[in-house]
Write a protein that binds this ligand. Sequence first.
Ligand SMILES: [Zn+2]
Length: 235
Amino acid sequence: MNTPSRRRILTTALAFGLVGCGRQQSDESIVGTVPPTGSSVADGKQALERLRLGNARFVAAQEQDLDEGIARRIAVSKGQHPFATILGCVDSRVPIELVFDQGLGDLVVVRSAGGALDQSVIGSLEFGVAELHTPLLLVLGHQRCGALDATIKALDRPTAHPGKLGYLVDTLAPAVRQISGKPGDRLTNAVHVNVTHVLAELRRSPVIAPLEQSGKLQLAGAYYELDTGKVTLET
Ligand SMILES: [Zn+2]
């Protein structure tokens, strides 16, 4: 964490006029020797802690570890050891690596609108935990999720959706139906209920369930607040 990021080094280099000025300079010379950021973690607890620290940097706008530079790219080109598999929404305001201040090779990220599960999404998550051996599988919901909002509206007033949008609504609907009668904001409730629902569905996977039962994998849910950038673990 004490190692300056490529971005910071590059910023410094720009400030000192080391870049440009009509002559080409290799990025490698600017980067220097940036160590890989994807060092392994022992278990899901450590993975969660690493995500927590990264999110704290993101919230404070003090990103240090994000590294997408040449040195890092070369370091991970021969293999990968990501430490967490994360399912998030496609929402443009919730880019997973940025939210957790992680770089190349750190995370297996699967995104679908509302975190909707289908066979490809589940298979991709299974790939992350079983083939890439991440000790953590995190399901990340977020504030004001448009996909879940659309599903609430569709359940209130059934409409025909073009393309595969209807499939998406149908997939998210079982979780959204569970908010019926609950006090509080419906959309916020839907996001939380959906995370719980997705985790329960994932625990039915014949790949994921045994890994969790053996203690090799931890499953967790979390909530991203758009207003603050903060990620909070679901209890
Ligand atoms: Zn969303």
